[in-house]
Design a binder for this molecule. Structure first.
Ligand code: ATP
Length: 387
C-alpha cells in the first residue's frame, strides 16, 4: 500500500466523522475517500472539456464514468492520473492533496495505477519485465517476487517470459492490469479497458477483472461509453454530459430514477412523447401517467422504456390503448415489436410509432391488434428544464 508521509504542506488523511441518524447523536467513522475530484475544470484552448466535476471514489469502490464520446471522461481520468496538469479545482488521494492551485505531484508520486485503452506494454520487454517496470522502488528479488505474484493473480505467470506480441488482446489486458496492480495503488484508473477485445472475450475478461478489483481493494475509476458495461462493473455510475457529472448513483438508481431524458436514453433505446399535465396526470397515447412534481398545464416530455410496454392479445381492461403490430423481431433473450398506435386525433403530428420489448420469443404477426399494459415504473415524466 502507498505509505502516506507527513511532508510539509501535505494534508494527512483524516478519519471524518458523521452523525448516524439512528444513533441519536453518537458519531460513526466515515471512510476518507480514496480519490476526490473537487471543482475540477479543464480547458483545451477555448474548449471547456471538464466543467466543475465533483467526484469521490471510496476505498474498494468501482465507479464508472459513463457518457457519450467527447463528454470529458478520458480528460477526467488523465487529470486524476497527472497526465494532464490540473488547471482548476483540487485532487486528493486518500485525503492527501496531490494537485491543486499550488502543487501538482507527478503521476508516479500520486499512488494511482492506470491502464489506458492500448495497454501500452513495452514490446522489447518480457511480460515479467513489463510488470517489474511498474515497481521501480523495489529491490531485485523483491521486485521479481512481487511482479510474479501480480501475474499469478491475473493467471499470466506461466507466460512471464513471453513477449507482448505473442499475446492475445485479453492476455495483454491482464498483463497491463497486473502492472498497474503490482505496486498496490490506492486508486486504479481504467480507460475503456475492454475496448480492444471482441464481444465474447470482453464478457469473460470483465468478469475476471471485476473479481480482481474487488480482491485488490483498490478504489477504481473506470471510463466507458457502454451503459451495460458500466452496470456490470460499477458500484456507482457517474453519467457525464458536456464536461459535467449530470447524475451519480447506483446502477439501479440511474436506471429506475433517471433525472433527465438524456440519462434515461443513455441506458438503452427509449420511446419519447410530448405531453401536457391535466388534472395531475399526463395523458398520452400509451396511457395516463402520474404527473409527479410537474405543475398543472406544464408541457412535459414522457420517456417510456420498450420493456415498460407489456403487450396482450386480448384487452385486459376497458381503457387499454390499442396498437397494430408493424413488425416483430427476435433479438435473443427478448423480442422487439414495432407498433403503430391507434390515433385518437388523426390530425396529430405526434410520433405514433413505438417499440415494445417482450421477454423471450414473442412474435405477433404483422397487422395483429394488441393492447398495451404500461409499467409505470419504467415510464418517466420530465419537465422542460430537465430535457
Ligand atoms: P471518447 O469516449 O470519445 O474517448 P471522452 O468522453 O473520453 O470521449 P475526452 O477525450 O475527454 O472525451 O475529450 C473531451 C473533449 O476534449 C473532446 O471535445 C475532445 O475533442 C477534446 N480534447 C481531448 N483531448 C484534447 C487535446 N489534447 N487537445 C484538444 N482537445 C482535446
Amino acid at each position: 500500500m502507498t505509505q502516506l508521509t507527513a511532508e510539509p504542506g501535505v494534508e494527512m488523511p483524516a478519519i471524518e466523522t458523521q452523525t448516524s441518524p439512528s444513533s441519536q447523536g453518537a458519531t460513526t467513522p466515515a471512510l476518507t475517500p480514496a480519490l476526490t475530484l473537487a471543482g475540477v475544470s479543464h480547458r483545451y484552448g477555448n474548449l471547456l472539456a471538464l466543467d466543475g466535476v465533483e467526484l469521490e471514489v471510496q476505498p474498494g469502490e468501482v465507479v464508472c464514468l459513463l457518457g457519450p464520446s467527447g463528454c470529458g471522461k478520458t480528460t477526467a481520468l488523465r487529470v486524476a492520473a497527472g497526465l494532464e496538469d490540473l488547471q482548476t479545482g483540487s485532487l486528493k488521494v486518500d485525503g492527501r492533496v496531490v494537485a491543486d492551485g499550488r502543487k501538482n505531484l507527478p503521476p508516479e508520486h500520486r499512488g494511482v495505477g492506470f491502464v489506458f485503452q492500448d495497454y501500452a506494454l513495452f514490446p522489447h520487454l518480457s511480460v515479467l519485465e513489463n510488470v517489474m517496470f511498474g515497481l521501480p522502488e523495489r529491490g531485485g528479488a523483491d521486485r521479481r517476487r512481487t511482479a510474479l505474484s501480480a501475474l499469478e493473480k491475473v493467471g499470466m505467470d506461466r507466460l512471464a517470459a513471453a513477449y507482448p506480441h505473442i499475446l492475445s488482446g485479453g492476455q495483454q489486458q491482464r498483463v497491463a492490469l497486473a502492472r498497474a496492480l503490482a505496486p498496490e495503488p490506492r486508486v486504479l484508473l481504467l480507460d475503456e479497458p475492454y475496448s480492444g477485445l471482441d464481444a465474447r472475450l470482453r464478457d469473460r475478461v470483465r468478469d475476471e477483472v471485476l473479481h480482481l478489483l474487488k480482491e485488490s481493494g483498490a478504489a477504481t475509476l473506470m471510463v466507458t461509453h457502454d451503459s451495460e458495461e458500466a452496470m456490470f462493473m460499477a458500484d456507482t455510475i457517474a453519467v457525464m454530459r458536456e464536461g459535467k457529472v449530470v447524475q451519480r448513483g447506483t446502477p439501479t438508481e440511474l436506471y429506475c430514477q433517471p433525472v433527465s431524458p438524456f440519462v434515461a436514453a443513455f441506458f438503452g433505446e427509449v420511446n419519447e412523447l410530448d405531453g401536457q399535465v391535466q388534472g395531475g396526470e399526463v395523458r398520452t397515447v400509451l396511457g395516463d401517467l402520474p404527473a409527479g412534481d410537474q405543475p398543472e398545464g406544464a408541457a412535459v416530455k414522457v420517456v417510456v422504456r420498450p420493456e415498460a410496454m407489456g403487450l396482450h392479445g386480448e384487452p385486459f381492461k376497458q381503457s387499454c390503448p390499442l396498437a397494430t403490430v408493424v413488425q416483430s423481431r427476435l433479438l435473443g433473450r427478448t423480442s422487439l415489436v414495432h407498433l403503430s398506435i391507434d390515433m385518437i386525433d388523426p390530425a396529430s403530428r405526434e410520433n405514433h410509432h413505438f417499440h415494445a420489448r417482450m421477454p423471450g420469443v414473442y412474435l405477433p404477426e404483422e397487422g395483429r391488434r394488441v393492447c398495451i399494459d404500461l409499467d409505470l415504473s419504467q415510464a418517466f415524466v420530465f419537465g422542460e428544464a430537465e430535457a
